[in-house]
Write a protein that binds this ligand. Sequence first.
Ligand code: PLP
Length: 411
Amino acid sequence: MKKDTPQHAEIIGFSVIDGCLAVGGMPVTRLAEQVGATPFFAYDRALMSARVAELRAAYPKDVHFHYAIKANPMPAVVQHLARLADGLDVASAGEMQVALDTGIDPLTISFAGPGKTAQEISQAVAAGIVINLESPHEMEVAADAATRLGLRPKVAIRVNPDFELKTSGMKMGGGAKQFGVDAEQVPQMLKRLSALPLDFHGFHIFSGSQNLREESILETQEKTINLALELASHAPRAPKLVNIGGGLGIPYFPGEQRLDLKVLGDGLENLMPRLRQELPGAETVIELGRFLVGEAGVYIARIVDRKESRGQVFLITDGGLHHQLAASGNFGQVIRKNYPVAIANRMGAPASEEANVVGCLCTPLDRLGDKVSLPRAEVGDLVAVFQSGAYGLTASPAAFLGHPPAREILV
Ligand SMILES: *Cc1c(COP(=O)(O)O)cnc(C)c1O
């Protein structure tokens, strides 16, 4: 049988110590003792730092990176990335507070997302962060808050482009969308904006996420830059910020390959001269969530039962979809595929059986791995689900079935 998961751990950069998966240099068996309970998410800060360093080495020096904290809003993670990245992107007043608590310059925080309430917009104006306006209504609400507070907030317009990010896991632009302002409505909105107590800051054009095709990402970036330049000619003044989106994916499923950052960086370098020449004062930003944190996290659950049913082995863990919904296949996947899974304390052992790894919830949806080739595992062993650093704990239905929440640790 194939022994593919230990390799997977090594590709990402995790080490294995005496046959046990290590996060931040600590074997997860010992981390389990330190945490005091399973299940838990363990995040490796050195791997996050490495991702940022790789991006900076591959991309043009004048392209900046923001962390979209909805991918993993654990305050310690956000603190760590606040020091590494050039800014933070938030999508609620709650996330805004986590971002502000890091102490970074509020002007490097931007607030996107549909359905911002008047209260949230007013909080953002008071905080002095950049507000990405998703509609003409939000613009009027921001202007009212500005007048009331005697402040002149920096606002960017989030544009719903007239193109899509092709072959993307999740499309968030193009066609009819709840996100942003249709590109063709933006000139009119800019005209109105110039009459309001708002400081026009730039454009935010985000087309989608979880993309693993370099050509698609570059093609979209080219269209995005063209659109930003076109719209800039309608602006009350030259934009100071052009957020060209993100969308860099990570491989979750068998056969998927990691992105080639050199191809992406060189490709964007070829697109930058026009932007530099036509908008010399504008900062170019790429916003990334899962790419910065997804691979740095593992979800660890303990096997509490092992049984056979009509010829199949079931490893029943104390974890499940209430902590790691995405790995169960119920967070936007059409056909269920396995995240990379391993027996964390038997990393050196060869695969010797096919097992189904399931959670403890009383629903057939609660599966963490279908027919995975694994070394024989027993009650008490630890299961590791890789690629769990993003959209894990906070993207899962924690209250479903009333089990305790997962712990989190940054090592
Ligand atoms: C969700 C989101 C992101 C992060 O997406 P990833 O796939 O995690 O990189 C970035 N920007 C916006 C506007 C988002 O909504």
